[in-house]
Design a protein around this ligand. Sequence first.
Ligand SMILES: [Fe+2]
Length: 388
Amino acid sequence: MKIQSEQYQISKVQQDQRKLFVYWDDGHRSTFHYIWLRDNCYCSVCGDPRHGEKRFRIIDVPLDIKPLSVSCDSGNTLEIVWEPDSHKSIYNAQWLRQHCYSATEREHRQHRPILWDSNIVTNLPQIDYEEVQSADKSRLQLLEHLRDYGICFLRNVPPQKGELESFAQSFGPLLETNYGRVFEIVVDPEESQKSVANSQIDLIPHTDDAYQYAPPGIIFFHCLMANNDSSGQSTFVDGFKIAEVLRQEDGDAFDLLCRYEVSYQKYYSDRIDMRFSSPVFSLDSGGNLQEVRISNLFPAPLDLPEEAIEPFYIAYRKLMQLYTDPRYCLKQGLQPGELVMFNNHRVLHGRTAIGIQNQRRHLRYCSVDRDYFESWRRLLDRNLNFQE
Ligand SMILES: [Fe+2]
C-alpha cells in the first residue's frame, strides 16, 4: 500500500448528538458530522472503493443518523457501526485528516498562486524540453509551474512542424476551435480578415476566445521562426496579479468587476455568431480568484443596469490601465526552438506590432483543456512523492 510521507494518528475520539470529534497526535481537533461520515463510506456496498464511484444515496438515511458504536483501536483506522441497520464503515486516519473540513485545514489546503509582474523576466519558470520528455520529475515540475505561475517556457524544442501537436497531445486531446486544431500565426493579409493574429498590428493583452462559454484552457505557442529585429514580441500579464493589485488599491472597482458581466462577441455574418457574458474576475466562495476573462478584442455592448454604467466604466478603465502597464508585462521575443504554455484562464497574452519589412515570425498555436494538466499533476505527484 502507498503511504503518504506525513502520517497522522488519532489520539482519541469524542461524540455528541450530531458529530464526532477526532483528536490527533499533533494536537489538531477535527469535527466530522455523522451525516458527512455516512455519506463518505466507501465500502463495497456503498460504491466502488477502487474509483470512489458511489451507489449510496444520501436520501436513504435520516439526516440525524447516529452511530451504534465508534471504535478507534490502533489510531490508524476509525470504525463506525450505524443505526439502524448496523451498516459498518471503516475510515483510514490519513484519509480523514486529508478531508478534515476545519477552517485551519481548509485554509492549509488552499493553493496559493505565485503572483508575478515584469520582474519575472529575471527568474522565468522554464524547463529544458528534452528533460520534460525523458523524466517524470521534470514533467511534474512543468505542471507545477503552470499551477503556480500559470505559465512555463520550454527551451530547445525542435523548431519543426508536428512537434507541437505530439507534445501537446501527450497531455490530452487538442481542442478543436473555430480556427481548427492548430493555428498558424504568421503575417497574412488575406487571413488577417479572419483573425487579428495574422495581422501586423500590436495586440493588447487579452485572454483568448472570451466570447465562448468555455474558452481554451492551456494554450501552447511554438516558435518556428522569429523576426530579426525586436518587433512582434510576445507579451504576458498575470491576470491574478492585476486582480490583487486592484483589490488592494480600489476594492469597490474590484467588486464591480466581480459582480457585473462584460459581454463579448465574435461575429462573421457568413459563418459565426458567438456571444458570452461573464464577470472579469470569478471568485470561489472564499473570495479566492478562480478565473480571469479579459478581452478588448471581441467586445459587445455592455448590458448593465443604468446606474451601474458609469461606476463600471471607472472600474473598467482602471483595469485596462493595469493590464497595459509595463510594470506588469513580461515581454519575450520568442526564438525558434522555444515553446510557451500558459493558463488562458489566468494569464493574458498579446504582441507588439510587427514591422512592415519584417514578417518572418511564425508561431504555431494549439490548446488542451486544463483538466488534463491538473489530472497529470496529481498522478505524477502521487507516483513520485508517495513511497511504497
Ligand atoms: Fe490571442
